[in-house]
Design a protein around this ligand. Structure first.
Ligand SMILES: Nc1ncnc2c1ncn2[C@@H]1O[C@H](COP(=O)(O)OP(=O)(O)OP(=O)(O)O)[C@@H](O)[C@H]1O
Ligand SMILES: [Mg+2]
Length: 212
């Protein structure tokens, strides 16, 4: 069974085509890496896969869904730039859904957020408000990872998820993501080929096209 099916998908910003007739099938449970030069269309492709953008041509099916709003519900994505909201840390992780305390604790420790959160007076209930952009890049990135892991979707999309982390934290988070992604379908965009060593396949993206 395939979890992701792209058939001749293209996408343009205005008149400029940046994803060019991409066809891709990813079976359930496979882990796929994508590498490629800056600007070749990797983030745009992930945004298409996450239902954030609708293809200008071609069709997309992710987790059995073809409609963008339903695709969004069915996937977890860590975007290249963390999108934090003026809410508490906890709300930024859960996006208002209910989860058990055990699950939240698990997600927080998996994302290497536990030490930092323990050092905050209000812990997980710390209100980020307009100060969300005062967080360090690594703190924001780990909240974004926690949000994606918390959602526990069948499909996980990762866009340079550890680029802002120091080497040690990056190692821990990648290992934790690997465990969290067991049995799930993963697409991981990175400039670090070494992060994709255990992956089932790695594609190279060039000028909007995917090459095996
Ligand atoms: N919102 C936008 N509006 C117009 N053009 C855009 C927009 N987002 C990206 N682009 C353009 O589309 C092309 C592909 O961008 P994209 O972000 O997908 O590249 P990328 O492969 O993820 O690059 P990087 O490795 O730097 O993250 C680039 O030329 C970029 O300038
Ligand atoms: Mg990108």
């Amino acid at each position: 069974m395939s979890m992701i099916e792209l058939d001749q998908v293209s996408f343009s910003y205005g008149g400029r085509q940046v994803v060019n007739q991409v066809t891709l099938v990813v079976p359930k449970g496979k882990h796929v890496g994508i590498v490629g030069e800056s600007g070749c269309g990797k983030s745009t492709l992930l945004k298409l896969l996450s239902g954030l953008y609708v293809p200008t041509e071609g069709t997309i099916k992710v987790a059995g869904e073809t409609e963008s709003a339903r695709i969004s519900k069915a996937v977890s994505i860590v975007m290249q730039t963390p999108q934090l909201l003026p809410m508490t840390i906890l709300e930024n992780i859960t996006l208002g859904r209910e989860y058990s305390k055990e699950w939240i604790d698990h997600v927080v420790s998996l994302s290497c957020l536990d030490q930092w959160i323990a050092s905050l007076e209000d812990g997980l209930d710390t209100y980020l408000g307009d100060r969300a952009n005062e967080l360090s890049g690594g703190q924001a990135q780990r909240i974004a990872i926690a949000r994606a892991v918390c959602k526990n979707s069948e499909v996980i999309l990762l866009d340079e998820p550890t680029s802002a982390l120091d080497h040690e934290t990056e190692k821990s988070v990648l290992e934790a993501l690997r465990r969290a992604a067991e049995g799930k379908t993963v697409i991981h965009v990175t400039h670090q080929r070494s992060h994709l060593e255990a992956y089932d396949s790695v594609y190279q993206m060039r000028e909007g096209k995917l090459y095996e």
